[in-house]
Design a protein around this ligand. Structure first.
Ligand code: COA
Length: 257
């Protein structure tokens, strides 16, 4: 019998919501679930009608990370395949052209937190808890977490969290800039959807370029990336519309061209 899907998709206007749905395992990612998520992300990346995306999990856990049980008997080749697939999923997520919002309730641990770190914005529940506990297992984060967390909060704070296998509660995660908004658990998904909907009215090429430029921050070439992206936007219909609408004192309507 075919396995139940572990990732579900819902469409809300121009917002795509992906729901991690393997609750018995607290949404721990095995290879099948990673492959499912990757297929959804590839579909979303190619769909010009999707202008923003929300990624969420369950009420107890966004995700408790990699499926550790699958590691027990895995060969070196299988372990590499899982790590490379997961890394590619996080890269694909970070590289989506539209804004992405992680809506986090409960636990976001290990790979679950690394997936959150690959999103653009984070709405967290008051009970949300973030951590990279891999050193507890004698391992390290391997899905981009050491890189993305360090860029976000700095070397010393990232090392403190990783070396001690510590946890960030929602308030601390907000203070450190890991989380944008804290909401009561019941409001997290509606708030993320409403925020995503607001973003769907903004110029898609400009948002995609802003994402690329911000993610190039910290590299010397980031300055050139930023300028060249801006020059490209001057040539888009939306770029012309935004400038014209300002001059004509009206609200711009962005068609995504
Ligand atoms: N991989 C595989 N299974 C996992 C999992 C993971 N990362 N996290 C949770 N599960 C499973 C548990 O094994 C359990 O399944 P079972 O009932 O078949 O035994 C189920 O999810 C519920 O978890 P449980 O441990 O009973 O819940 P809890 O509330 O007592 O503890 C955690 C929750 C998250 C603290 C605990 O499950 C845990 O430490 N998980 C590992 C987290 C981790 O190290 N992630 C990084 C992976 S690299």
């Amino acid at each position: 019998m075919a396995e139940e899907p572990a990732v579900c998709a819902e469409r809300h206007g121009a917002v795509e919501m992906l729901v991690l749905d393997r609750p018995r395992k607290l949404n721990a990612f095995d290879l099948a679930m990673l492959t499912e998520l990757d297929a959804h992300l590839a579909r979303v990346a190619a769909d010009r009608d999707v202008r923003a995306a929300v990624l969420t999990g369950g009420s107890r856990a966004f995700s408790a990370g990699a499926d550790i049980r699958g590691y027990v008997d895995a060969s070196a080749v299988e372990l590499r395949r899982i790590a490379e697939t997961a890394g590619a999923v996080c890269h694909r997520l970070a590289a989506l052209p539209m804004p992405t919002i992680a809506a986090v309730r409960g636990l976001a641990l290990g790979g679950g937190f690394e997936v959150v770190l690959a999103c653009d914005l984070v709405v967290a529940a008051e009970d949300a808890s973030f951590g990279l506990p891999e050193t507890e297992l004698g391992l390290i984060p391997g899905w981009g977490g050491t890189q993305r967390l360090t860029r976000l909060i700095g070397v010393h704070r990232a090392l403190e969290l990783i070396l001690t296998a510590g946890r960030l509660d929602a308030a601390e995660a907000h203070r450190l800039g890991v989380v944008n908004r804290i909401r009561p658990a019941a409001d997290v998904v509606p708030d993320a959807l409403a925020w995503a909907e607001e973003l769907t009215h903004r110029a898609p090429h400009a948002l995609a370029a802003a994402k690329t430029a911000v993610r190039a921050a910290g590299t010397e070439s980031g300055f050139t990336v930023e300028r060249e992206l801006l020059l490209g936007l001057y040539a888009t219909a939306d770029g012309a519309e935004g400038v014209r609408a300002f001059a004509e004192k009206r609200k711009a309507v962005f068609g995504g061209r």
